[in-house]
Design a protein around this ligand. Sequence first.
Ligand SMILES: Nc1ncnc2c1ncn2[C@@H]1O[C@H](COP(=O)(O)OP(=O)(O)OP(=O)(O)O)[C@@H](O)[C@H]1O
Ligand SMILES: [Mg+2]
Length: 259
Amino acid sequence: MAPNAVLSINQVSIHLGGREVLSPTSFSVARGEFVCIVGPSGCGKTTLLRAASGLLIPAGGEVLRNGQRVTEPSREVAFVFQDYGRALLPWRTVEGNIALALEAAGVRDMERTSRIHDVLSKVGLVKHVHKFPSQLSGGMQQRVQIARCLAQQPQVLMMDEPFGALDALTRQTLQDELARLVASDGLTVLFVTHDLEEAIYLGDRVVALQANPGPGRPSLARMLDVNIPRPRTQLATKEHPEFLRLRRELFAFIEQSHD
Ligand SMILES: Nc1ncnc2c1ncn2[C@@H]1O[C@H](COP(=O)(O)OP(=O)(O)OP(=O)(O)O)[C@@H](O)[C@H]1O
Ligand SMILES: [Mg+2]
């Protein structure tokens, strides 16, 4: 295991519906690192994230978290879904939805209130604490889901296309908020996206998976380091020569993997 690794994906392969949807794949994620996973639809991104979270046990290989084999979900790992509409309980207010994570962890009333206030101020939703999800925009609902994960005080944040359903401007705002939160809380993140620019913009590293790699070959096809300074900004970062170089490389890879 790499020193400092929070997550180690060791030769992980996954079979679903009688076929191999992920071929033996290995990489590790260091403490505080932000790793993005990209690849064509159906190549196994969600499946890999589920295995890394302990929601699915691999057919081969193993996932280690802090050196321990992962065999079930843990409170140390929070999962943000793309579909915020279904992730939130419509009959609970913003406060009630966030309290869920704390109730499950047995946090006492007094501390619960202060933790809820703390995470809502981090995502700029303090004023909306008593609203129901249906009274909030998509971006605000996704912020509630992120706040609920933060309230859990996890070590690792797993995110499956969390901004995929949002309009471009809201998406950029949430990307910047997430980068700031992750840096200030020292979180380790595994983030799946279809959007190559989003992956480079947010990631310290980008892992590219391929569909149907062929016998004996891993699903993992490329691993790119993103050496672009932080904090990143939407305009300057996306004009950075290194951003453009990585963007070209990833687009070329994805195009070629469609052939
Ligand atoms: N429960 C299941 N039973 C059988 N096959 C499954 C199951 N879940 C996923 N698959 C198959 O496994 C493959 C990988 O699915 P996965 O959802 O991980 O892909 P993905 O890369 O996340 O795709 P997308 O970008 O469309 O979300 C797909 O071919 C899918 O049809
Ligand atoms: Mg998916």
